[in-house]
Design a protein around this ligand. Sequence first.
Ligand code: ATR
Length: 291
Amino acid sequence: MSVSHSPADAQRDRYAVVGNPVAHSKSPYIHAQFALQTGERIDYERLLSPLDGFVEHVQAFHAAGGRGLNVTVPFKLEAHALAHKLSPRAAAAGAVNTLRFDADGIFGDNTDGFGLVRDIEVNLGVSLAGARVLLLGAGGAARGVVLPMLERRPREITIVNRTAPKAHALVEQFEGAAREFGCRLFGGGPHAVDRNPYDVIVNATAGSLDAALPECDERAFGAGTLAYDMMYGAQPTVFMHHAQSLGARAADGLGMLVEQAAESFFVWRGVRPEGAPVLAALRAQLAAQAA
Ligand code: ATR
């Protein structure tokens, strides 16, 4: 009698996060938790790529049977160029954080903006529909979140950047989508900030990395404002401290990290894991580090 293998015996599908540096990445932990939660049989590892060898590294992983990758700093633009097919949100972002190796080529997606929106709306309980939103920054991180935010139909989004022309360029890029979703879109330098509290302020500047605070009129922050920093760490960021001192509610980007991972998992496996319990576990780990 021949012995047939059940699907459970099949080899695990391989995924990884590729970056440089990548040792600090929490993605292997997050995806291992998602795999446990959903029963999906995957392995997820870290891949350190040389700065000048991204494409070769990705191809080698694919040739060795890899099914998909998360892409982090500094390779999101190269991943965008490498993909044969892009999701609309990755095309709008101009950057790719998720690759999936399909039979007909490499699919590139960007789940960062979806992760931000889901953290704000589901984990933090703040609806973007009808909201007045201030987006600080006009670099890659900001660009990646505009379309997913517009899809939630906020009343207005104001994009403010130290270098005003970059904010104007984003407004130009997204004005068609804004019209489609009934959202007013403004942009400019720091003077473009309204002197009335916003519902949501998102810090998408790279400022928190070096503890710099982006210039922003203090009257933009009020008791009903959610001030969201895309950065996170064991301690609240400078931006979060600032927002809290002005009476606003502050949140860091840990939930965005978890929710973008959940969406990548969905892109690969067609199964949507729960972000909240994994976020709670990571939060506890960070608190233990800070203690
Ligand atoms: P990322 O991919 O993280 O968005 P980026 O494309 O280099 O990186 O963009 C960095 C963003 O942070 C830009 O909006 C940048 O402002 P400029 O376009 O004026 O350079 C913003 N930024 C960085 N440091 C800042 C600071 N100290 N104050 C205000 N904005 C800052």
